[in-house]
Design a protein around this ligand. Sequence first.
Ligand SMILES: [Zn+2]
Length: 113
Amino acid sequence: MRKAPPLQTSPNSKIPRARSAQTTYEFYVSKNNLLSHRFTILLSPSQTGQYLLAATRHEFGHVLGIWGHSLQPSDVLYFFQVRNPPPISPRDVNSLKRVYEQPMSLGWSVQGK
Ligand SMILES: [Zn+2]
């Protein structure tokens, strides 16, 4: 959705910060009794051009399963927006491969329902 995400407040600062994008998710049990998840990406209308594309790439990284952030500015999943947003890096791809190597319950039948 092209909608401004809510302001971000941290315990260390009383000043709320604007975000360019935000991804939220919820888990639910589908009609066929499978554990599923649903994501919502908010992209601020103030983001345009390469910054909108960069924010979208970053948030899709979260949607695909990388819930954390990178410490490398050359990665799409870096914490902050950078002046020249990078393309998807080999490190981003490797992070995603690692995520998909983990055992998980998503997509599997929910017992006892
Ligand atoms: Zn992020």
